[in-house]
Design a protein around this ligand. Structure first.
Ligand SMILES: Cc1cc2nc3c(=O)[nH]c(=O)nc-3n(C[C@H](O)[C@H](O)[C@H](O)COP(=O)(O)OP(=O)(O)OC[C@H]3O[C@@H](n4cnc5c(N)ncnc54)[C@H](O)[C@@H]3O)c2cc1C
Ligand code: SF4
Length: 312
């Protein structure tokens, strides 16, 4: 397996969740650590999340991605964690992210070494949760990634990179290295990222909303992408919400209805922190917060309050 910052892969290996025969470190490949700022932005997959957070162009041009990168794990982890590793992050589940003895006691599970999914016992597919913060943001921004192997290279849209299977959660082949994240110029777009978690300082998302819209001077929406994270085995982009929003202004009623549309596609299960019913109920609220921010409402106090409530 490929090893980038190792902040996910190495703990997983210690717990026996992942047991590659060979590790190939990417850390000395200089080209993976380059970024170029032309009309858009190209980010090397080996850039750390701290480097992204310190990138002023990223903050100005793609605030949704900047916000997502800045709430991954903790500052110490972000100093090592890479954007490539975050995009390829393993899916998570309360029955899987456990030590070897714990998993052995339940006879393991479908994702590794076992035959049954303890979350959905009749399911033939693992339902582990997509827990990456940056992927929903990148999908909302229409980003693409470059995948390189000995056989050649291809560019894949972020929205097509994942599939709803907790084991085979990516379209990336094992021999492909994700080398670059490509962001097109986004004049007149606004973007944001909202993350729900128990502790405001260091938790994986248990729900996230990434939203990006382009509106004309009068505020009528011309393009929109709203994405949910951490409520399925892949980030969920809603085509219904896009169709609903185009041609409308962000009135209170439009925002409320978009929240209802997004809640329909959220499928949280009982395999992460807090209850699935409550997480689903929070979807309209978080869509509401995100769209109000994009409308220009001052939501800074709300952001702080959510971080504070989460901690308590
Ligand atoms: C306490 C703790 C809290 C965390 N909280 C969060 C959180 O809130 N949000 C979040 O998103 N993550 C969180 N993480 C997970 C992790 O730190 C981040 O996702 C990080 O960005 C992973 O990057 P990495 O470079 O360390 O990846 P690695 O651990 O090196 O790799 C992760 C996976 O990606 C693959 N990979 C890495 N780079 C490439 C590449 N260039 N091409 C192809 N495959 C590649 C690896 O083979 C592996 O499968 C947390 C981790 C810990 C320990
Ligand atoms: S969702 Fe099911 S198969 Fe997947 S990790 Fe959890 S218990 Fe295992």
């Amino acid at each position: 397996m490929l090893l980038a910052g190792g902040t996910d892969l190495l703990p997983n290996m210690k717990r026996g969740q992942q047991s590659p025969g060979t590790l190939v470190s990417l850390s000395k490949i200089g080209s993976l650590r380059q970024s170029s700022n032309g009309s858009g932005l190209v980010l090397g997959a080996g850039l750390t999340l701290t480097e992204l957070v310190e990138n002023k162009s990223l903050c100005e041009m793609y605030p949704g991605l900047w916000q997502a990168a800045s709430v991954v794990a903790s500052p110490l982890l972000r100093n090592t964690a890479t954007i490539g590793g975050n995009i390829c992050l393993d899916t998570r589940c309360n029955y899987y992210n456990q030590n070897e003895d714990w998993r052995k006691a339940i006879n393991y599970c479908l994702k590794k070494d076992g035959e049954i999914c303890w979350v959905a016992t009749s399911s033939k597919t693992c339902r582990a949760v997509s827990s990456t913060d940056t992927a929903p943001a990148l999908i909302s921004l229409g980003a693409r990634v470059r995948l390189v192997s000995a056989g050649g290279e291809r560019i894949v849209e972020m929205k097509d990179l994942y599939q709803n299977d907790g084991t085979e959660y990516m379209q990336r082949r094992p021999d492909e290295i994700l080398t670059q994240v490509i962001l097109d110029p986004m004049a007149n777009w606004r973007s944001t990222y909202w993350k729900l978690r128990r502790r405001g300082s260091i938790d994986f998302p248990i729900l996230s909303v990434a939203a990006a819209i382009r509106a004309d001077n009068g505020g009528t929406i011309e393009e929109a992408r709203i994405v949910l994270g951490a409520v399925s085995s892949q980030p969920l982009l809603s085509s219904e919400a896009t169709e609903f929003l185009i041609g409308k202004k962000l009135t209170d009623e439009v925002i409320e209805e978009t929240g209802r549309i997004m809640a329909k596609i959220a499928k949280p299960r009982g395999n992460t922190d807090l209850t699935p019913i409550w997480r689903k109920k929070m979807v309209p609220s978080f869509v509401n917060h995100a769209l109000r921010e994009l409308r220009g409402d001052n939501v800074s106090k709300l952001r702080k309050r959510i971080a504070h409530q989460a901690r308590n």
